[in-house]
Ligand binder design. Structure first.
Ligand SMILES: *Cc1c(COP(=O)(O)O)cnc(C)c1O
Ligand SMILES: [Zn+2]
Length: 414
C-alpha cells in the first residue's frame, strides 16, 4: 500500500507502517486508536475527477485509490455504496428548505451504512489470509460483517446484545453467522469480542479498534461531493453512536480538500439520542469523554462509551463541527415525516440525523440558501417493532364495503 503513509496513534502520535500493527497502538493499547494517513500526491496520480465521470462502477470501489487496500486485492462481490442522494421535493416544500437532500444509505446490501466499512474490513481480512472473522455490534455492523463474510465464504463469529432487534438477529442467522447473544450491553459484548480475538485469532471488525472502518465509511462523503458535482454541501447531518461514521464523514471531505477537489469543508453536525449522548456532552462542556448509561429507542446508537470518541471530538474541534441531541419522540417524528414526505423508511438511528436537522431548523441554525444533506444510515425494516411505535395500527375490519366506509369515517390518527 504505497499510497498509505502511516497509521498514526491518536493518543501518543506514534506512527506505524501498516504491516507493523493490526488494530491499535502497541504502546497505548486499546485506547490508542489509529488513523490512516495517505500520500495524496501519489493518489492524485491514480485517481482523477475526469476519469470518475466515465467510470461506470457504481460502488465504493470507484474510489479504490483512496481506500487502504492493496491495489491488486480482490473486490468483494456485494454492491456497496453509490446510494441515491434524493432532492426530496415534497420534504423541501414542507420544511421550506429548498436546498435539502437525503442520502439513503439504507439501500446497501444488508441495509445500513455499515456495509461500507465491512466491505473494506473484509478485504483487509482477505489480505491477511483470515478465514474466520468476528465483531461485536449493536446489530448493523454485525449483520453487514456476516453478510460480507458469507459473500466470500468466510466464517463469522458475532457478539450482540441479546436485546438486538429481531430483524438484525434474523439477518445474522440467515447469513450463517455463529452468534453469541450476550446477556449484557453492547459495551460488554465489545470487550468480549476483543478477548475472543486474542484467544481464537479471528480477524476483528470492532468499531474504532479496527483502524480501517472509518476509511470505508468515508465513501459516503466522497459520494455526496461527487453527486453534488464536486461541491461540498453547506451542512451534513448524521447520527452518532461510537462516532465512527461521524469521523468517516469528516475524513471523506478532508481527503477531497487535500486533493483540491472541493474548496471547503461542510459543517458536519453529529446527532445523538438524548439518552446516549456522551460525545455531545464532552463536546459541549469541553470535558473528557465520560461513559454514561445508554437508553434510547435508537438501538444502533445506544452506546455508553463511544469507542471512536477521541477521534470524533478531535474532528469536531479541527473542522468546526457541532453536536446536537434529540429525544426518542423527535426521532419517531422524523421517521414519520421522512416516510410521508419522501417515501423513505429509516430505522430510528437511521433518521436521527434528520431529527437533528429538524431541531437545527427550529433553533434557527439553518439558512434557506444552504445545501443541506441528511444521511439516513439504516433501513426501517431492520426494526419494525420500533417503527410501529411511530404509527397507529387500525383495528381489523370484516371484508365488507360497509366496514370500509365506516372505517373511512372514523380514521385512526395519525
Ligand atoms: C452504527 C450506526 C450508526 C452510528 O454509527 P457510529 O459509527 O457508531 O457512530 C448510526 N446509524 C445506524 C443505522 C447505524 O447502524
Ligand atoms: Zn499510542
Amino acid at each position: 500500500m504505497k499510497h498509505v503513509r502511516a497509521l498514526k496513534c491518536l493518543l501518543c502520535s506514534r506512527e506505524f507502517q501498516p504491516e507493523e500493527v493490526e488494530y491499535t497502538c502497541s504502546t497505548c493499547g486499546e485506547g490508542g486508536i489509529l488513523e490512516v494517513l495517505y500520500d495524496y500526491d501519489r493518489i492524485a496520480l491514480l485517481l482523477r475527477r475526469e476519469n470518475l465521470a466515465h467510470d461506470d462502477d457504481r460502488s465504493i470501489w470507484r474510489y479504490k485509490p483512496l481506500l487502504p487496500v492493496e491495489p491488486d486485492s480482490p473486490r468483494p462481490p456485494l454492491a456497496v455504496g453509490w446510494s441515491p442522494l434524493y432532492p426530496v421535493e415534497r420534504l423541501r416544500h414542507a420544511l421550506n428548505l429548498p436546498g435539502l437532500f437525503v442520502k439513503d444509505d439504507g439501500r446497501n446490501p444488508t441495509a445500513s451504512l455499515k456495509d461500507r466499512a465491512s466491505a473494506v474490513g473484509i478485504v483487509k481480512a482477505l489480505e491477511r489470509g483470515a478465514r474466520e472473522v468476528t465483531c461485536a455490534s449493536t446489530g448493523n455492523a454485525a449483520s453487514s460483517w456476516a453478510g460480507a463474510a458469507a459473500s466470500l465464504g468466510l466464517k463469522s463469529y458475532i457478539f450482540v446484545p441479546q436485546t438486538a432487534p429481531q430483524g438484525k438477529l434474523a439477518q445474522l442467522l440467515v447469513f450463517g453467522a455463529t452468534i453469541f447473544p450476550v446477556t449484557g450491553t453492547y459495551d460488554q459484548a465489545f470487550d468480549l469480542a476483543i478477548e475472543a480475538t486474542a484467544r481464537f485469532g479471528w480477524y476483528n471488525r470492532n468499531t474504532a479498534y479496527n483502524p480501517y472502518l472509518v476509511e470505508g465509511k468515508k465513501t459516503v462523503a466522497l459520494e455526496i461531493a461527487e453527486q453534488l458535482g464536486w461541491e461540498a454541501p453547506d451542512k451534513v447531518f448524521v447520527s452518532v453512536g461510537d462516532g465512527c461514521i461521524l469521523s468517516g464523514v469528516f475524513k471523506g471531505f478532508a481527503d477531497l480538500l487535500a486533493l483540491g477537489w472541493i474548496e471547503r469543508m461542510p459543517q458536519v453536525i453529529g446527532v445523538q439520542a438524548e439518552g446516549s449522548s456522551a460525545i455531545e456532552q464532552a463536546w459541549r462542556t469541553h470535558t473528557p469523554l465520560q461513559p454514561s448509561p445508554a437508553v434510547t429507542i435508537a438501538d444502533s446508537i445506544s452506546v455508553s462509551l463511544p469507542r471512536n470518541g477521541i477521534m470524533a471530538l478531535r474532528d469536531l474541534e479541527r473542522w468546526g463541527g457541532r453536536m446536537l441531541t434529540v429525544t426518542d419522540e423527535e426521532i419517531l417524528e422524523a421517521m414519520r415525516l421522512l416516510g410521508r414526505e419522501a417515501g423513505i423508511f429509516g430505522e430510528p438511528a437511521g433518521v436521527t440525523g434528520l431529527a437533528g436537522m429538524l431541531k437545527a431548523r427550529d433553533l434557527g441554525l439553518l439558512d434557506q440558501k444552504e445545501r443541506i444533506v441528511a444521511i439516513v444510515t439504516g433501513n426501517g425494516l431492520k426494526d419494525v417493532a420500533s417503527a410501529l411505535q411511530a404509527v397507529r395500527m387500525p383495528p381489523a375490519i370484516p371484508p365488507t364495503l360497509a366496514a370500509v366506509e365506516e372505517a373511512l369515517n372514523s380514521p385512526v390518527l395519525p
